[in-house]
Ligand binder design. Structure first.
Ligand code: CO
Length: 335
C-alpha cells in the first residue's frame, strides 16, 4: 500500500449537499491559493448541479467559473461530475452534443471526469467515456451504489469490468445516498479489485453517519482515493471531514502526507466567512439522519429537495416524502 489520495469536494458536492448548490465563485476564489497548495489528488470544482445552479439561481456563467478556478488552482487537477449521456441536465442528449460538451469542458479546465449513469446502464456511459478518452483527460467511471434485493456485490463487480473495458482510468464507488456500510465497502472494494486492475475511488456521503468508518474499511480493502470535505463543510448530507481522515491515517502505511496547518486555515475560512452567508439554504439534515437508510435520497439532492418543499409551502410533508420515496423505488423495481 501507498499513501491515500484525497479529492477535496468543498467547491462542488459539499455545498450542493449542504446549501442547495448556492456557493458563489466569489466565495471560492479567496481560498483558492491555499486549496492549490495542499496537494490534493484533485479538487472537485464543477459539474453535478453547479452548472444548473449558476444559470438558474446565481446569475453566473458556469464556463467562466471553471476558467477562473482553473487559473486560481493551477497545480491541482480539477474534477467534475458528469451525468453520462445527460451531461449536466435532466434528460439524455444527442451523441454529438455530449461529444462537443466534453471537448469544451476539457479545454476550459476539467482534468478528471467522473462519469456516472443513475441507472448504471453501460450504454449511457459509452459516448461520454469515449469523448473523455478522446480529450486525453482522466476518465473515471462511477458505479452508483444502492441497496435493494436486485443489487449485489457481484452485479457491481460485473459493471466495473464493463466500465474497465470501455477504457476507464479508475473506478469510483458513488455512495450518493450514504447507504454503504463499512463492512460492505470492504467486500465491495475487494470484489472490484479482483474484477479489474484499476485504482478505486470511494465517494460516500455522511447523511446516515457511517461514512468515516466506511472510508477507513474501503482503504483497508485497497481503495486508493477517497472524497472528503473540509471539516467546516462536512458531515450531514455532505462528506467525511478532510482533516479527520488525514489524522486517522497519519503515521500509518496510508498516511496522506497533507499539511494539517494548511487544512485548518482552509477550514477556518469556510467556517467563519462562507458558511454563515448561506444559512438560509442550510439543510436541516445536520448530524446523522437514519431515515435516509430507507428513503435513500442522495446527499446532493437533499438540500435542493428541502428548498423545493419550502418554496411549495410543503416542508411539513418532508417525512411523508421520505417514506414515499422508498415506496416509489420499490414500485419501479429498484432502478
Ligand atoms: Co455526491
Amino acid at each position: 500500500m501507498s499513501k491515500i489520495l484525497i479529492t477535496e469536494n468543498v467547491l462542488r458536492d459539499a455545498h450542493q449537499s449542504l446549501h442547495a448548490t448556492r456557493m458563489l465563485t466569489a466565495d471560492m476564489l479567496p481560498i483558492a491559493a491555499k486549496l492549490n497548495a495542499v496537494g490534493f489528488w484533485s479538487v472537485e470544482s464543477w459539474g453535478g448541479a453547479t452548472f444548473d445552479s449558476c444559470i438558474r439561481f446565481l446569475n453566473e456563467d458556469p464556463w467562466e467559473r471553471i476558467r477562473q478556478l482553473k487559473k486560481a488552482i493551477p497545480n491541482t487537477p480539477h474534477q467534475m461530475l458528469l451525468r453520462g449521456q445527460s451531461i449536466l441536465g435532466y434528460r439524455h442528449y444527442a451523441d454529438d452534443v455530449v461529444e462537443k460538451c466534453v471537448e469544451r469542458m476539457a479545454i476550459n479546465g476539467v482534468d478528471v471526469f467522473r462519469v456516472f449513469d443513475a441507472l448504471n446502464d453501460p450504454r449511457n456511459f459509452m459516448v461520454p467515456m469515449r469523448a473523455v478518452k478522446k480529450s486525453g483527460k482522466h476518465a473515471q467511471a462511477a458505479i452508483s451504489y444502492t441497496v435493494s434485493p436486485v443489487h449485489t456485490i457481484e452485479s457491481y463487480a460485473k459493471l466495473a469490468k464493463s466500465l474497465a473495458d470501455m477504457g476507464a482510468d479508475s473506478i469510483c464507488i458513488k455512495d450518493m445516498a450514504s447507504l454503504l456500510s463499512p463492512y460492505t465497502a470492504y467486500d465491495l472494494v475487494k470484489a472490484i479489485k479482483k474484477a479489474v486492475d484499476l485504482p478505486v475511488h470511494v465517494h460516500s456521503h455522511s447523511t446516515t453517519g457511517m461514512s468515516v468508518a466506511t472510508l477507513v474499511k474501503a482503504v483497508e480493502a485497497g481503495a486508493e482515493m477517497i472524497d472528503t470535505s473540509i471539516s467546516s463543510m462536512s458531515m450531514g448530507p455532505s462528506h467525511s471531514p478532510t482533516e479527520s481522515l488525514v489524522e486517522i491515517f497519519k503515521g500509518t502505511e496510508y498516511d496522506t502526507g497533507l499539511d494539517m496547518n494548511l487544512l485548518l486555515e482552509i477550514a477556518a475560512y469556510f467556517r467563519d466567512v462562507v458558511r454563515p452567508k448561506y444559512e438560509q439554504f442550510e439543510s436541516s439534515f445536520s448530524g446523522a439522519d437514519t431515515r435516509i437508510l430507507k428513503a435513500a435520497i442522495p446527499g446532493g439532492m437533499l438540500s435542493n429537495l428541502e428548498s423545493q418543499l419550502r418554496q411549495q409551502k410543503a416542508f411539513d410533508k418532508l417525512d411523508e416524502v421520505l417514506k414515499e420515496n422508498a415506496r416509489v423505488c420499490k414500485d419501479f423495481g429498484y432502478p
